[in-house]
Ligand binder design. Structure first.
Ligand SMILES: Cc1ncc(COP(=O)(O)O)c(C=O)c1O
Length: 412
């Protein structure tokens, strides 16, 4: 018998994504990914919830779907109906909700139900990388709408819709992150939501509302969800427990009218999302969600303050940013000569991971000197030290900031 390695390459179908890179561990100073604050995970409460729910209902694990049907564990959907009404103004029943394996699966289902190669979608210009790479893989053209300090610019959206109509293109949907936008951290005010819904109605385009950061607003107050405000059942609302409880649980949800829910449900072929996670979340969240989330926000807000202080100290005026109203990241603009794709490589070699702007935008030139920094996961000391290392590398590579921590330094 020969021991030559089997060659899979000739068997791979055309159109597969590029091979995945092997995991090499987190950087020493990691400002990437949607990771949460390790001290913010309610470990004790989750342990109590696991024990309680398994003792009471553990035997139900013998059934696919926990005897709740394919849309997910009913007590979790019932918790969500109460939460969504209280926080987002959404009136829905458990049957309007589908529990999914993280909101990434929700994006796949919405895309799967609505998109075909060659289609056009509308989205905010600076955007979640996971969404942009999905559009690219599907062969779909995203039309990026610029944002200002209040989120998507409605004048630019109107112009884009009119332009596409003139060209005979009907976009498949408007994908938006209206409540703590990723990466800009902006919140679309209620008047703009009204205008966005009107344009969507006028042009016959549905909306995919990705709302996964809406629990993390410093003030605790949010405008109603687009789903709640729509009068024409044209919104698919996507949420997640990743940012409020823990991303590793992989539990998200979709609220949608049955006409499109039934199409997405038919595409969810994994026989249901992880049951234990759903049971534990339902048990934990019922009594604890409302006290846990405000504590998490305070801890995140503190980390944001430390990050902004560190940037001001190390980069001075070279780092421009608007203070986000919530969330876990800061979108930073550096001087034009900085290419954040290069900075990303150099910084990573020194143990600092950042998200380079061009990976988070439909407009590579506009985002060339921008970067996204996630502040939830690193400790206070790691934020301070990591930004000092980043400033040093940036200065050596691009000559900015000229001064770091009030010390003038020469390039090189
Ligand atoms: C805008 C947005 N949507 C969706 C996701 C996916 O989150 P999850 O699948 O963990 O719910 C993320 C994660 O960072 C995100 O930022």
């Amino acid at each position: 018998m020969t021991s030559a390695t089997f060659d899979f390459a000739p068997l791979l179908p055309a159109g597969l994504p590029a091979p995945a890179a092997k995991w090499t561990g987190l950087a020493k100073y990691s400002f990437v990914g949607g990771n949460n604050d390790p001290d913010g995970v309610p470990v004790e409460g989750l342990i109590d919830a696991v024990n309680a729910v398994l003792q009471r209902e553990g035997r139900m694990l013998a059934t696919y779907g926990l005897a709740s049907g394919p849309q997910g564990y009913r007590p979790l959907r019932e918790f969500l109906t109460r939460k969504l009404k209280r926080d987002a103004g959404i009136e829905c029943v458990a049957d309007d909700i589908l529990i999914v394996s993280g909101s990434l699966q929700a994006l796949d289902l919405a895309n799967g139900a609505l998109l075909a190669r060659g289609d056009t979608v509308i989205c905010e210009r600076d955007n979640y990388q996971g969404t942009l790479t999905r559009f690219q893989r599907l062969g779909v053209t995203p039309v990026g709408i610029p944002l200002d300090e209040h989120g998507m610019r409605i004048d630019a959206l109107e112009a884009a819709l009119a332009d596409l109509k003139r060209k005979g293109v009907r976009p498949k949907f408007i994908y938006t992150i209206p409540t703590v936008q990723n990466p800009t951290g902006t919140i679309l005010p209620e008047e703009r939501r009204v205008a966005l819904l009107k344009l969507a109605d006028d042009y016959g385009v549905p909306i995919v509302e990705d709302d996964c950061y809406s629990d993390l607003i410093w003030s605790g107050k949010r405008p109603p969800a687009l789903y709640a405000m729509s009068r024409s059942e044209n919104v698919i609302h996507i949420g997640s427990f990743s940012k409020s409880i823990a991303p590793a649980l992989r539990v998200g949800f979709i609220v949608a009218p049955w006409a499109i829910m039934s199409r997405m449900l038919a595409l969810k072929t994994d026989a249901g999302s992880g049951a234990l996670e759903q049971m534990v979340l339902a048990e934990y969240c019922r009594d604890n969600f409302v006290t846990h989330v405000p504590q998490l926000r305070v801890a995140l807000r503190k980390k944001l303050d430390i990050l902004m202080e560190a940037l001001n100290e190390q980069f001075g005026t070279a780092a421009e940013f608007a203070e986000p109203e919530g969330g876990i990241f800061l979108w930073v603009r550096l001087p034009d000569q900085v290419d954040t794709l290069t900075l990303y490589q150099k910084a990573l070699a020194a143990g600092v991971a950042i998200n380079p702007g061009p990976e988070w935008s439909t407009d590579k030139a506009h985002s060339k000197s921008r970067m996204r920094l996630c502040f939830a996961s690193p400790s206070h000391a790691e934020i301070r030290d990591g930004i000092a290392v980043l400033a040093d590398i940036c200065r050596k590579e691009f000559g900015v900031p000229e001064r770091s921590a009030n010390v003038a330094r020469a390039k090189g």
